[in-house]
Design a protein around this ligand. Sequence first.
Ligand code: ATP
Ligand code: MG
Length: 467
Amino acid sequence: MLATVISAAVSVIIPKITNNFLAKPDGFTNLSNILNLAYILISLQIGSGLFMYIRNLTGSMIGVKVEIEYRNKVLKHLLELDMSYYEDRKIGDTLTKLISDTGVIGENMQSIPLTILSSVVTFFGSIYVIFSLNWQLSLIVLGIVLLILVVSILNVQIIRYLNYKWRKVYTDVNADITDRLSTITLIKSNATEKTENERFFNEHLKYYQAAKKTITFDSFTRALLITLLTGINIVGLVAGFIFVNKGMLQPTTLIAFILAVNTLIFPVIQSIVLLGNLAKTSTSIIRVNEILEVEPKIKTKDNALAVNEITNDIIFENVNFRYDDKEAWILENFNFTFEKGKSYVIIGATGVGKTTISKLLLRYYDPAQGRILINKDTDLRDVDLAQYLHHIGYIEQDPQILYGTFAENISYTKQGATLDEIKAAATKANLHDYIQELPNGYNTILGERGINLSGGQKQRVAIARIF
Ligand SMILES: Nc1ncnc2c1ncn2[C@@H]1O[C@H](COP(=O)(O)OP(=O)(O)OP(=O)(O)O)[C@@H](O)[C@H]1O
Ligand SMILES: [Mg+2]
């Protein structure tokens, strides 16, 4: 901020110094006078440049920090949200907000306050300078400037609205692409590349249309405002000539005056650009907050009970459960005791709710009514969820594989496990022999979502994780 103020202040005083030199009786005729002025102005300009460098450097670094902090905050929140958040949203939508919108925020978070600061300094500094040179001429200039500022503030409201719509379409397109690319095998196995290409093309047409509206409006108003602003120079000059003609102004003062008007225009142009950026940033903040405002439905209580082991029955007691958007109960008045030490197999028609039972045991969701008890009498809602899950092994039919090595994937459930432990787990899961024969063994990279593994191998990785 200090660097901003200094750099801005220097640019403001240059016309004033120029005027002081030119106002001397021999101002123009004495060459050494002019050279002195040149030295001073050049040094000031270099000084101003130096401070501008400091401002840009520190400012941009702050911007990056803000972006990272914002991202971490959103990411932390996303991890805290329960499964229901992810079920009715496309992942690409969340990704765009997480990556692109936080970027917009970070970039502008530093530049906006600094630009306001430097604009205020240069604006009021220049106003002071022009008024000290000639107040009548200054009034004319100031009138036009204020009019332009009012118009640009109104302009921002419209840009904000258009921009929000544009970002929405942008998110939709990104979400669509992410969705399709993550189901690439479906596309490949059905040879739908051509239709997908056409779909992408059409999606981008919508994007193009939305962008066009915003850009057309923004470009026009920016050009208009900036043309008007630079026109102030001409108005100042012509009015100045008339003032000189009437003997109300010295020609040398007019030079300083026009210099000062130029310094005045700069912050106004900056403000116009800034107002546009402000609109964009506020759009991005609104969008990121759409994530941050979602409250996780499943939360570990502050006074949660510790679960050191699961040594007793697991009981479903009068459990009623349905998914958010569904009318019908999946489980209705469900009573069942999983007895200690026994193995259970659940058989039933597709879609009756077998998997739902295991999801409830993982506390992806809470029952609407009734209780799920572990260790015979502890309500699942009262326990420390992370600690409880530590005692649970869950293998999905389509197990999740991370991009990374076998070793990393197997040790995911026990961070920092030794290679021996990993090998022992893989052996129990009947996977060790296969891995050992690979040239890179446990360091073999598994593609995204385990694309280079067989279905059975994926499941074995998941089983090894549990061990
Ligand atoms: N996340 C969800 N949101 C909304 N409805 C869901 C969700 N998951 C499952 N359902 C619905 O709940 C019902 C029970 O699903 P569940 O996965 O428990 O069935 P299942 O008995 O395991 O079936 P299958 O034998 O096919 O695996 C189904 O009708 C399903 O459509
Ligand atoms: Mg199932």
